[in-house]
Design a protein around this ligand. Structure first.
Ligand code: HEC
Ligand code: HEC
Length: 347
């Protein structure tokens, strides 16, 4: 090798070393970047534009559904506005019109729709009406047929309010449906926006435990809903200040809340009254155990023998047999639900 050849080789080695150094630097930068972006705390900006972290938030995204605004409302024709306003009043204060002391008819248990559909069905994860107008009519396995919004509203009258719905064509039913349609009118057809309905709580890997639930109920719910679970009426004895959770004036055994996944998801994001999905106060275990306790206490019965005409379509936590799978009624009521869902997925 002469001197020229050695110099040439040395140049090649240097270029190679530069390349290696460059590759190392680039990979270090990429790794650091990915670490930081996945570890950052979720941030939501509030109405003032200030960004606040929500470490306990159930859903840290800031694109949750909100109801149409007053400006939207004012653009509607006057007769539509009047119907929607009456519908909202009926949903917020159902008992005043249709409860045992109702001014129009006495056809329900004294609860208000709003007791369960919070802020008249506009609260994120407060069992709101965001996805009703956009997804009905739809097939529902409980009835085994296509249901429109009227049928769905009648369902809640007959089950959650353990009574009867106002007649089809009545001013009251029309107004409630007008209000529900309006509430979801800012959602695209067919869509179910984030924050709609009830929060879907993660399953426990054990059965929910009514005995543990009773302890948590006494500590966190009883002060309002009372030791006997029957709630407390307002001084006027027309509406509830604290609605009943069980007993003769509560939702019946055919109601949505009688399924413990609906109950647990509802209370996780909304109870004790005043909490929101942003800062829940119940642990997942407390929510499931309280649901098991409350739904072990007496509720009005309803003939639901015609529900779920195709038993293989029964939802995992429908608490009454017969079932198409091999799991017991007990497990369908309290869980663990993981194995039930898994078996269903295999078919
Ligand atoms: C005791 C609690 C309770 C009361 C009171 C109640 N509901 Fe419901 N409602 C529910 C539950 C639970 C669901 C099912 C939600 C789910 O499974 O995501 C539901 C579902 C609905 C739905 C369908 C929502 C959807 O997204 O598919 C409508 C519409 C509705 N209720 C209207 C009413 C009206 C109107 C009233 C008053 C006449 C009322 N509800 C009273 C608990 C209640
Ligand atoms: C500070 C009083 C208060 C506490 C504590 C409280 N709630 Fe409520 N709860 C309410 C009120 C008020 C409503 C009705 C809300 C409305 O109409 O806007 C309600 C509604 C409900 C509903 C739906 C209506 C019904 O009666 O079926 C359920 C279920 C419920 N609460 C469960 C619970 C559970 C479980 C706890 C304990 C973890 C709890 N609440 C703690 C005040 C309270």
């Amino acid at each position: 090798m002469d001197v020229q050849e050695v110099e040439k080789l040395w140049k090649q080695v240097k270029t190679l070393m530069y390349l290696i150094v460059l590759i190392v630097i680039i990979s270090v930068v990429l790794v650091v970047k990915s670490k930081f972006s996945s570890k950052s705390t979720p941030i939501i900006s509030d109405s003032t534009g200030i960004e606040i972290p929500f470490p306990n938030s159930l859903d840290p995204s800031n694109d949750l559904w909100t109801a149409p605004t007053t400006e939207d409302f004012k653009k509607l024709p006057a007769d539509k506005q009047a119907a929607i306003e009456y519908g909202k009043e009926l949903i917020a204060h159902t008992a005043k019109f249709l409860g045992p002391q109702g001014s129009i008819a006495q056809i329900t248990n004294g609860m208000n729709c709003q007791n369960c559909h919070l802020d008249a069905g506009t609260k994120p994860y407060g069992n709101n009406y965001a996805a009703v107008f956009t997804t009905y009519p739809k097939y529902r396995a409980r009835s085994g047929g296509i249901e429109d919004i009227y049928k769905r509203v009648e369902d809640c009258f007959e089950r959650s309010l353990n009574g009867k719905a106002p007649a089809r064509g009545s001013k009251e039913l029309e107004a409630m449906v007008a209000y529900i349609n309006y509430t979801g009118s800012n959602v695209q057809k067919g869509q179910k926006p984030k924050g709609s309905g009830i929060y879907e709580l993660k399953f426990l890997d054990r059965a929910a435990d009514p005995a543990k639930g009773k302890i948590a109920y006494t500590a966190k719910c009883q002060s309002c809903h009372q030791a006997n679970g029957e709630g407390l009426m307002n001084a006027d004895k027309v509406e509830y200040q604290y609605p009943p959770l069980w007993g003769k004036n509560a939702y019946n055994q055919g109601a949505g809340l009688y399924r413990i996944s609906r109950f647990a998801g509802y209370i996780k994001a909304n109870m004790p009254f005043g909490v929101t999905y942003k800062e829940p106060q119940l642990s997942d275990e407390e929510a499931w155990d309280i649901a098991a306790y409350v739904n072990s206490m007496p509720h009005p019965t309803k003939d639901i023998s015609k529900d779920w005409p195709k038993i293989e379509e029964k939802t995992f936590d429908h608490p009454f047999g017969p079932f198409a799978d091999g799991f017991s009624e007990e497990q369908h009521k309290f869980g663990p639900f993981g194995p039930i869902k898994k078996a269903k997925g295999k078919k």
